[in-house]
Design a protein around this ligand. Structure first.
Ligand code: FPP
Length: 243
């Protein structure tokens, strides 16, 4: 539910809030290293930030929030770290599901589910089913997601369906075969930790997105930082190729 008093408190107006925000939550490892702690500690702190940013997005009237939790390349990390990240996703969904439901949040996951541990798959499916009637914030968590892989899979499915005479070949038919089918294009990509790249995150969906790169490491990305990024967006002049 949009909280008008929060928008006013932060000097934001409803019309300038992006419909779809996508965040690359980077810098957990460096945050932990700076504190002489294991990387896993950084991820735990990062997961706490997720709660705050999801709630604030819902309160400020963001329509869709997509978070990059695990990429198809993240399997290269040490087993212990991969296990912890999967565990954090399970814990987050189990613990927060009720609260998400009460906030009218609808949960989606994008990415290749087949390669995920069965427990992760089960909690994703349960969370999607439980919240499917909700009409508030769409919370999309990218898990085992890779944009190039998504495009190749969609192209394959489109080709098969075309061959079987089930579809025409056009832009809409292609987009309908993405993990993000039915979700709006991305308006604003935020990447924390000072890295200036997209890392295979929503390459098609973010084609016209405004970009925000901040030096802040993800575990330090608090409400004030998020609001600052949203203020920056409000000042952008979007032309979509026009004048
Ligand atoms: C990048 O930091 C972060 C990740 C690969 C994982 C993001 C995951 C979370 C914030 C927690 C779990 C998510 C949810 C939705 C509960 P990095 O490890 O690459 O940092 P570094 O570049 O400093 O090493």
């Amino acid at each position: 539910m949009v909280k008008q008093e929060l928008l006013e408190k932060y000097g934001l107006c409803r019309e300038s809030i992006p419909g779809h925000v996508a965040i690359i939550m980077d810098g957990n490892g460096r945050w932990a290293k700076a504190r002489h702690m294991p990387r896993t500690y950084g991820h735990k702190k990062g997961a706490e930030r997720v709660k705050e940013i999801v709630r604030l997005s819902s309160d400020l009237g963001v329509g869709t929030l997509t978070l990059y939790a695990f990429s198809t390349e993240n399997w290269k990390r040490p087993r212990e770290e991969v296990g912890l990240l999967m565990g954090l996703i399970i814990e987050y969904l189990r613990k927060e599901l009720r609260e998400l439901w009460e906030e009218n949040v609808r949960f989606y996951s994008i990415g290749d589910r087949d390669a995920l541990p069965s427990e992760v798959r089960a909690v994703i499916e349960e969370s999607e089913a439980e919240t499917k009637e909700n009409t508030g914030l769409n919370l999309v968590v990218a898990i085992n997601y890779g944009g190039q892989d998504e495009l190749v899979q969609a192209a394959k499915r489109l080709a098969e369906d075309f061959k079987a005479g089930k579809t025409e070949l056009n832009q809409q038919a292609f987009e309908d075969r993405f993990y993000t089918a039915g979700l709006p294009a991305v308006d604003y990509v935020i990447r924390t930790s000072g890295e200036l790249r997209m890392s295979n995150f929503l390459p098609y969906q973010a084609a016209y997105a405004e970009l925000c790169f901040t030096q802040t490491l993800w575990p330090d990305f608090d409400a004030e930082q998020y609001v600052q990024a949203l203020r920056e967006y409000a000042g952008r002049n979007r032309r979509f190729g026009g004048i």
